[in-house]
Design a protein around this ligand. Structure first.
Ligand SMILES: Nc1ncnc2c1ncn2[C@@H]1O[C@H](COP(=O)(O)OP(=O)(O)OP(=O)(O)O)[C@@H](O)[C@H]1O
Ligand SMILES: [Mg+2]
Length: 246
């Protein structure tokens, strides 16, 4: 039996006018594995994730030779403020998702939601005095999105640049948080970012995308030390070393 959680073979995506946006993308993920997808803006990272989770935008046509998803997938979307309904108070939304996804009663769902607040270092008073997304900081909204995804009890967590909209200190907190949650909860993860340094901190394997194609894929150490592709080499060279301070 195949123990892989996710297998995608030769995924192709086209827009309305027939232009190919994603070309022959193949991926696979075993339990607890982490795959980073790195690539420039417009290279097809988000569309690939949306295809995996079945939320492709209208007008995108897809073909896929083989697709196997043996578990639950959840996705943390790219921009926290536009992915949260501005008129839906965040704690209520979290409780609603837990109630639906974990099939709990209202009181139990509220208790579970409080545990997510605690686990994600969110203000505990949200449970008493709920707030709209616009009344939270960007980093807090991002944590709410992560809590909503975790509330689906995913075997595979798809993260679409979850730290890009955040300032560097909050970025680091959210990355540390995702790493810790992954160790605690054991989900497998695809982490999309344009930042190779971020991907290599979180992931054991890396796939490099350019113009809709995966141009290189391999273990992180191999990609960083000995990239086979010129574009990958440019990415590696563009990771700035931290300057030494006396
Ligand atoms: N809803 C859509 N309809 C038509 N074309 C789209 C749609 N969404 C994305 N595209 C196009 O598909 C290509 C890949 O887009 P995608 O959002 O996957 O890029 P990305 O790698 O996630 O970029 P970024 O790093 O900027 O988020 C781009 O050329 C984009 O213009
Ligand atoms: Mg994107």
């Amino acid at each position: 039996m195949d123990s892989r959680l996710l297998v995608i073979e030769n995924l192709n995506l086209y827009n309305r006018s027939g232009t190919q946006l994603v070309k022959n993308v193949s991926l696979s993920l075993g339990p607890g594995e982490t795959l980073g997808i790195v690539g420039e803006s417009g290279s097809g990272k988000t569309l690939t994730l949306k295809s995996i989770i079945g939320l492709l935008p209208a007008g995108i046509r897809e073909t896929c030779e083989h697709r196997e998803i043996n578990g639950r997938c959840a996705m943390v979307f790219q921009s926290p403020l536009t992915s949260l309904d501005p008129l839906y108070p965040v704690f209520r939304q979290l409780v609603d998702v837990i109630e639906l996804q974990q099939k709990l009663g209202r009181r139990e769902a509220e208790d579970a939601a409080k545990q997510y607040l605690e686990q994600l270092s969110l203000p505990m008073d949200l449970a008493e005095k709920d707030r709209y997304p616009g009344e939270l900081s960007g980093g807090q909204c991002q944590r709410i999105l992560i809590a909503l995804a975790l509330a689906c009890r995913p075997d595979v967590l798809l993260c679409d640049e979850p730290t890009t909209a955040l300032d560097v200190t909050v970025q680091k907190q959210v990355m540390d948080l995702i790493r810790r949650l992954q160790q605690e909860l054991g989900f497998a993860m695809i982490f999309v970012t344009h930042n190779l340094a971020v991907a290599s901190q979180l992931c054991s394997r890396i796939a490099v995308m350019k113009q809709g194609e995966i141009i290189e894929t391999g273990r992180k150490e191999k990609i960083l030390r000995d990239p086979a592709n010129d574009y990958t080499r440019e990415l590696v060279d563009s990771v700035l070393p931290v300057p030494e301070v006396d």
